[in-house]
Design a protein around this ligand. Structure first.
Ligand code: MCA
Ligand code: AMP
Length: 489
């Protein structure tokens, strides 16, 4: 009955029904129980315009999102750590009718006006999904998820992801990775972004396999789950860096990683040093894939391909990719040297930013989406990302963070006169957020911790500056524009 999740329909009968679908910590749902729990919630929300999902790393979030997809209701996953200002923006912009949450979750005032539906999974039987009470599933162009993502300036924008983008990307990855219902995915990613939610939860469910979510990342948890039946691991480079740090002194972890069928990294570049340390300790190569919230997955190293550290592989089936010069001409020479911006088109793309036709138009060159990522292509077509067009976008721990939104938050602090935000290389996070601040009173600047708390409370903890540097004045050019390149430690 579900074009997105064939196994859920099969879950109402036969063997599939008793197969594990989701496991978070020690709580598990079989396909039968998932069909029943998600079907019950789907019936309650069918017809609602749009629903927010309080996206804690729990069974309830996974069930809530599956329910919304079964009901044909677009879901907006919310980071439960989002600060008041950003949450008010997202709630106002996406205007959900309802919010799905776990029964024990406490919701913040910004969501007080919404009807709340508690997602129930405990005691779910394994009755057939949606006993006739659900509307027909919407078509492939219907919006499935709205995922908020940062730009260089202003508040985050909601990327509208249609159902066909989700099925296209998951099926292309299945082809590249020989991903089947026999796979048991291990992950510890947040469930309010594409990586953890679409690849990491909807992916296994579309294949009829299972996911084990750790709740929070730890090398020990990864070792335990891969050592007891997990076949695949998805993570951001920070997680692989932490595994590389731990694996040298932990033969058990090395054994677990060696035994996995596939280790996949994405959301940011995995440094070659970490690739090599993991290879030396486990004999396994981490496979990189490259995507974006707006495009879902564009390229990947294939499981049957030749692994090449530093490369994000080949365009996935159905994805067209080109490199374009500054003046818009396409680079046709695959020489491994000429750098151009990656542009993509295909069924994996979003339909646009919610309420932002201006930003949507600016993101496209005809029907090609401008990624802002700079890359070279080898003669065999392999893509190597070398940087980003915008220096005002920071990738920290795999999270995309716009410098502008942090600068605006800092400027709201009474003791801040001027502020500029940059990213600096960080072994663990890839990049770390650095704030350059001119205090209102040079004799009594605020503390770095106070400014970090200020940003964390308004935006989100992962956007807080990890380093704060005080200056008498920011370097500016003749036009008065801040010269960020002149700022460095
Ligand atoms: C610290 N904390 C604070 C403050 N300082 N809370 C409030 N105020 C403060 N001043 C809290 C945090 O909330 C958290 O709580 C704890 O301290 C540690 O936070 P943090 O330092 O941020 O964690 P970390 O150790 O740096 O986290 C590393 C991480 C994380 C686990 C790798 O960065 C992560 O989960 N990254 C995944 C990002 C991701 O999924 N990106 C995909 C985007 P507590 O300890 O209680 O937790 S999608 C995408 O990019 C595309 C599509 C793609 O290609 O995938
Ligand atoms: P987001 O906006 O959070 O979806 O992040 C998308 C961005 O993450 C892309 O535009 C890239 O800059 C970056 N990214 C994702 N995967 C990779 C990868 N494997 N290597 C390098 N950068 C990546």
């Amino acid at each position: 009955m579900s074009a997105l999740f064939p196994a859920l329909a099969d879950g109402t009968s036969g063997d599939v029904r008793h197969r594990p679908a989701l496991r978070f910590g020690d709580r598990e749902l079989t396909y039968g129980a998932l069909a029943s729990a998600a079907g019950a919630t789907a019936e309650r929300i069918a017809g609602a315009g749009r629903v927010a999902v309080w996206a804690t790393p729990t069974l309830e979030t996974a069930v809530g999102v599956v329910a919304a997809l079964l009901a044909g209701v677009p879901a907006v996953p919310l980071n439960p750590r989002t600060g008041e200002r950003e949450l008010a923006h997202i709630a106002g912009d996406s205007a959900p009718r309802l919010v799905l949450a776990g029964a024990d979750d406490e919701l913040p005032p910004a969501l007080a006006g919404l009807e709340r539906i508690d997602v129930r999974v405990a005691g779910a039987g394994d009755a057939p999904v949606g006993g006739g009470g659900l509307p027909a599933e919407p078509g492939p162009e219907a919006p499935a998820l709205i995922v908020y993502t940062s730009g260089t300036t202003g508040p985050p924008k909601g990327a509208v992801l249609p159902r066909r983008a989700i099925t296209a990307t998951l099926d292309a990855l299945a082809d590249a990775w020989a991903w089947t219902g026999d796979d048991v995915l291990v992950q510890a990613l947040p469930l309010f972004h594409v990586h953890g939610l679409i690849l990491g939860v909807l992916g296994p469910l579309r294949r009829g396999g299972s996911v084990r979510h750790l709740g929070r990342f730890s090398a020990e948890g990864v070792g335990r789950e891969l050592g007891t039946g997990g076949t695949m691991l998805f993570g951001v480079p920070t997680m692989y860096h932490r595994l590389a740090e731990a694996v040298g002194g932990d033969p058990e972890l090395a054994r677990s990683l060696s035994g996995a069928r596939l280790l996949v990294s994405g959301s940011a570049a995995l440094p070659v040093h970490d690739h090599e340390r993991l290879f030396a300790a486990t004999g396994r190569r981490v496979v990189e894939r490259y995507g974006m919230t707006e495009t879902l997955m564009n390229t990947s190293v294939r499981v049957d391909g030749e692994p090449r550290p530093g490369s994000v592989g080949l365009p996935l089936p159905g994805v067209e990719l080109r490199l374009v010069e500054e003046d818009g001409t396409e680079i046709t020479d695959l020489d491994g040297e000429t750098v151009g911006e990656i542009q993509v088109r295909g069924p994996n793309l979003f339909t646009g930013y919610l309420n932002r036709p201006d930003a949507t138009a600016a993101a496209f060159d005809g029907d090609w989406f401008r990624t802002g990522d700079m890359a070279v292509r080898a003669p065999d077509g392999q893509v190597r990302i070398v940087g980003r067009k915008a220096t005002d976008l920071i990738k920290s721990g795999g999270y995309k963070i716009g410098a502008g939104e942090i600068e605006n938050a800092l400027l709201e602090h009474p003791q801040v006169r001027e502020a500029a935000v940059t990213g600096e290389p960080d072994d663990d996070l890839g990049e770390r957020v650095v704030a350059w601040v001119v205090p209102a009173d040079p004799a009594g600047p605020p503390s770095g911790d106070e400014l970090a708390d200020h940003v964390a409370a308004r935006l989100a903890p992962h956007k807080r500056p990890r380093t704060v540097r005080f200056l008498d004045a920011l370097p500016r050019n003749d036009m008065g524009k801040i010269m960020k390149r002149a700022l460095h430690g």
